[in-house]
Write a protein that binds this ligand. Structure first.
Ligand SMILES: *Cc1c(COP(=O)(O)O)cnc(C)c1O
Length: 404
């Protein structure tokens, strides 16, 4: 009996849960549901939104949209930013503007939020899944190279995937929970094969790879400002690029491809109504003003969780890898196996501490299950997904700053 009890107490999931519980419930004295990620709005959020209401400029034209674009371009250190209604629309427009269409393939990681793959399908193209790596959780540059080298062949109009006969038109990488991918290596591989790299930086605003901001690491990058992201506009997204022609084109396409024609409504192409409303942008400007504080809080919380779970055998907290400085949007603990993962999920959620597994892998979703997969398989993605647990990560959960 004694033995059984201590075995249970030493179980990594129980130890992780009790450390998390004692931090959130005893130390921070939080009661009720502790959400995975919760926004808090301060001062200027109220002022800026009120300005929209007072002025009547609530819709998709207005000064806050321009200002929000400028703030995002500056944060990501890119020349052009185009605001959209959400991050999925930003991805859709990025793929569309790169000329991706029916019959094309786009290399995509299986470990991502469904929007990355859906945006490819909106262009009537298909994702081809290539595995992630065992350190960053993002698209593996070696697996990518292997796939392009051995399963594709160069023809006059580009690169063709031998098994399906389809053109490989682009590569998309995603920074999982804000942890940067090996962008410099992915870029080099893409360049070698003449493919544009798209960066789904939805989760990575403020993250850096080798000193460069995520959002500036590819030909075209996208952000999301959904309610659960580090910076939120309620709903919103952004397309970032240094390619002026592409920036002009997505700006045109997201505003119904309307052209100047006096009083008349005239459009020179099939466009979309994907422009971010001024009301949302106002909220975004107020949030962007606090970006460096939010990032600092995230860093402290990540450090705190790292120390909290440090001595628990078989359990680790994801933290910065060499060359990367993540925004720690969602903290994740890596459990030794699926049983332990599920125990931690059950204990935490039963206690009102919102914890979540990673996404179901893309190739396991019914609408994507027939998409091609690289011959090497998706073992790392499978391995990650069975063990990851996201834990409450709101910036206000961070321990206070220690005075120097
Ligand atoms: C949040 C997110 C998006 C975009 O989501 P929207 O809700 O459309 O803004 C895209 N990709 C990833 C990986 C995301 O996490």
């Amino acid at each position: 009996m004694q033995m059984a009890t201590s075995a249970v107490e030493n179980d990594p999931a129980r130890r992780t849960f009790s450390a998390l519980h004692s931090y959130l419930r005893d130390e921070l004295r939080l009661d009720g549901l502790v959400a995975l990620h919760e926004p808090r709005f301060e001062d200027n959020a109220w002022n800026y939104v009120k300005d929209c209401l007072d002025s009547g400029w609530v819709s998709s034209v207005g000064a806050w949209v321009d200002r929000f674009e400028t703030m995002c371009a500056e944060a990501a250190d890119v020349p052009f930013a185009v605001a959209t209604v959400n991050g999925t629309a930003a991805l859709h427009m990025a793929f569309h503007a790169l000329g991706i269409g029916a019959g094309d393939l786009v290399v995509c990681p299986p470990l991502t939020f469904v929007a990355t793959a859906n945006a490819i399908r909106y262009c009537n193209a298909h994702p081809v899944f290539v595995d992630v790596d065992d350190s960053t959780m993002g698209l593996d540059p070696l697996r990518l190279e292997d796939f392009l080298e051995h399963e594709c062949e160069r023809v006059s109009h580009g690169l063709v995937h031998r098994a399906t006969g389809k053109r490989v038109a682009a590569v998309v990488a995603m920074h999982v929970f804000g942890n940067p991918v090996q962008a410099e290596t992915l870029s080099a591989v893409c360049e070698r094969f003449g493919l544009p790299l798209v960066e789904d930086a939805a989760e990575a605003l403020g993250s850096r790879r080798r000193g460069r901001p995520c959002g500036s690491l590819a030909h075209v990058s996208t952000l999301s400002f959904n309610g659960n992201k580090l910076v939120t506009t309620g709903g919103g997204g952004m397309i970032l690029t240094a390619d002026e022609h592409l920036a002009r084109r997505v700006r045109h396409l997201t505003t119904t491809a309307r052209i100047a024609a006096g009083w008349e409504f005239a459009h020179d192409d099939l466009g979309w109504n994907y422009r971010l409303p001024n009301l949302n942008a106002a909220l975004g400007c107020a949030q962007m003003e606090r970006l460096s504080d939010l990032l600092a809080a995230k860093r402290r919380l990540n450090r705190h969780y790292y120390n909290l779970f440090h001595g628990i055998e078989g359990v680790s907290v994801l933290t910065d890898l060499p060359g990367s400085e993540g925004n720690h949007w969602l903290n994740a603990v890596v459990m030794p196996n699926k049983v332990q993962r599920d125990t931690l999920l059950t204990l935490s959620n039963d206690a009102g501490l919102q914890c979540r597994p990673a996404w179901r892998l893309m190739h396991r979703l019914p609408h994507l299950s027939t998409c091609p997969i690289a011959a090497a398989g998706l073992f790392q993605a499978e391995n990650w997904v069975e063990r990851l647990v996201n834990i409450p990560s709101s910036p206000f959960l961070a321990p206070p700053e220690v005075a120097a």
